[in-house]
Design a protein around this ligand. Structure first.
Ligand SMILES: [Zn+2]
Length: 400
């Protein structure tokens, strides 16, 4: 497989670079892991895994994750926006040093959470005005609880606001089972858990008239969270039908005219994941499994070192021995991170994204933005004055 090292720069990618990255994934049969992050610690674990796996990564923040990032002590209505922006700024500060491409994305936004979406878009517009690119590369709207016409109409309106900044839009149609971020679909009719090719095409039809940077999360029996196998069967082969139907309707030369994303993939078999990736899935969400790994790393450490963690002084090696090197957060938080790194690396393998990017060893730099190179009014005035005196001088010289 051709690598993307020469096509896309390391660090946070937006706009055309982001499109190039996802087109490459779609054409070469791999998907990029999209991991929910709630802290600088979890974001760094994803970056570390991407570097070690030689893979691009997607760092995504949910509404609840954004609030957590702002600190639970801050409870105002805009806490999710504040924290999501804070996470984006952290990632922009460090991503380039890891030498791999990183997509900054926001996760599921239901209708009642649209003020959060508006807040992030305002931050994008602000960043765009200063630096010529958006703060985030991509955002997700999830209006799948609403009737299809309303879902699509709201997506179209927001997409019009995103297209001038070249921000990617991910949308969801059909119902994903389970429970996530306060939306509970645990008791939904199993028939509704499969999106039809016609539904997917109606999204394509509406959004492609506005722009081409969009992807669709279609339900194929997937469930958010990890549950015991129930009545619903995961059918990723349905994604092939979506591609075929849209291809036929638009007479496309591409095998996979759609960019598809997979939600509710925790606990899927490797075979199901491969079927989905081969059907043009370019992004797979991972949250539940990495949550468990982060906890499991800490759990294992506590189990092993329990006798060193019961007081500041005193452990099996002596009653007066200090335990600082065990309870320092940099020790036990790191154990959680190490386990999460391993889990994200496993996802890179399963999604075929491992080895697609040779990490850059060039010295990195923060990506907090280089101001646009439009000269300030003062500079323009000075230049005008200089040109004026030069012209006067020239006239004087010619006059002699
Ligand atoms: Zn979803």
């Amino acid at each position: 497989m051709a690598t993307i090292t020469d096509l896309v720069p390391p660090g946070v990618v937006t706009g055309d670079n982001l499109t190039t990255l996802l087109e490459h994934a779609r054409a070469n049969g791999y998907a990029i892991p999209a991991v929910n992050c709630t802290s600088s610690s979890t974001a760094n674990a994803v970056l570390e895994a991407g570097r070690k796996s030689k893979s691009p990564v997607i760092i995504q923040v949910s509404n609840g994750g954004g609030s957590f990032m702002a600190g639970k002590g801050y409870k105002d209505a805009d806490s999710a926006t504040v924290g999501s922006v804070a996470l984006a700024v952290h990632v922009r500060s460090v991503a380039k040093y890891y030498g791999i491409p990183v997509i900054l994305h926001s996760d599921h936004c239901a209708k009642k959470l649209l003020p959060w979406f508006d807040g992030m878009l305002a931050a994008d517009e602000d960043f765009f005005a200063k630096y010529g690119e958006p703060l985030f590369g991509s955002h997700m709207l999830d209006l799948s609880e609403e009737p299809d016409e309303e879902n699509i109409a709201i997506c179209v309106e927001y997409f019009k606001r995103m297209v001038p900044m070249k921000i990617w839009l991910e949308m969801e149609i059909g119902i994903t089972g389970g429970e996530e971020d306060g939306v509970n679909n645990e008791d939904v009719d199993p028939d509704k858990l499969y999106t039809t090719p016609e539904q997917v095409y109606s999204v394509y039809q509406a959004l492609s008239q506005v722009g081409d940077m969009f992807s669709i999360a279609a339900a194929f029996g997937n469930v958010h969270g990890v549950y015991k196998p129930g009545n619903v069967k995961l059918s990723p082969e349905r994604l092939v039908k979506h591609q075929e139907y849209t291809k036929k309707m638009i007479d496309s030369s591409l095998t996979h005219p759609l960019f598809l994303v997979m939600h509710g993939g925790s606990g899927s078999t490797d075979e199901e994941i491969q079927t989905a990736v081969k059907a043009g899935v370019v992004k797979m969400n991972i949250d539940t499994d990495t949550q468990w790994s982060y906890w499991d790393g800490l759990r294992g450490f506590e189990k092993e070192k329990r006798d060193y963690l019961q007081g500041q002084i005193g452990n099996p090696t002596g009653a007066d021995k200090p335990n600082k090197k065990f309870y320092d957060p940099r020790v036990w938080v790191r154990k959680a991170e190490e386990a999460m790194v391993v889990r994200v690396m496993t996802s890179c393998e399963k999604l075929n994204s491992a080895g697609t990017y040779e990490p850059s060893n060039e010295p990195g730099s923060p990506q907090l933005g280089q101001p646009l190179k439009t000269p300030s009014p003062v500079v323009l005035m000075a230049a005008g004055a200089l040109a004026g005196s030069a012209a006067t001088l020239l006239l004087k010289t010619l006059g002699k």
